[in-house]
Design a protein around this ligand. Structure first.
Ligand SMILES: [Ca+2]
Ligand SMILES: [Ca+2]
Length: 99
């Protein structure tokens, strides 16, 4: 009987240990500013993309008051299809941030 009890105690201790181990890890060090900037932009982009085709037309950007996108629309629209995709904006943001 003592043996079973010992097992139960060991199990309890082990279980408690597991519970501690699975506690959420401390929050990661805050993201770098460029990343946060991109995340915020992603949100803005989604909101602005009214027809949800994954690209912003100039009108959509104007609607969302994305002045910076509107003013540099032609530069952002790398493939000149009249729409700015998230990828196109990212490419430009990245080249700006790294310079
Ligand atoms: Ca769109
Ligand atoms: Ca484009």
């Amino acid at each position: 009987m003592q043996h079973i009890l010992a097992c139960m105690v060991a199990g309890t201790v082990f279980g408690a240990g597991l519970a501690i181990a699975t506690e959420p890890a401390p929050a990661p060090v805050s993201e770098s500013k460029p990343k946060r900037h991109l995340a915020k932009f992603d949100e803005q982009f989604k909101t602005a993309d009214i027809d949800q085709d994954g690209a912003l037309s100039k009108a959509e950007a104007q609607n969302a008051n994305m002045d910076r996108v509107v003013s540099s629309f032609d530069r952002l629209d790398l493939n000149k299809d009249g729409k700015v995709t998230r990828e196109e904006i990212r490419l430009l943001l990245r080249s700006r941030l790294s310079s």
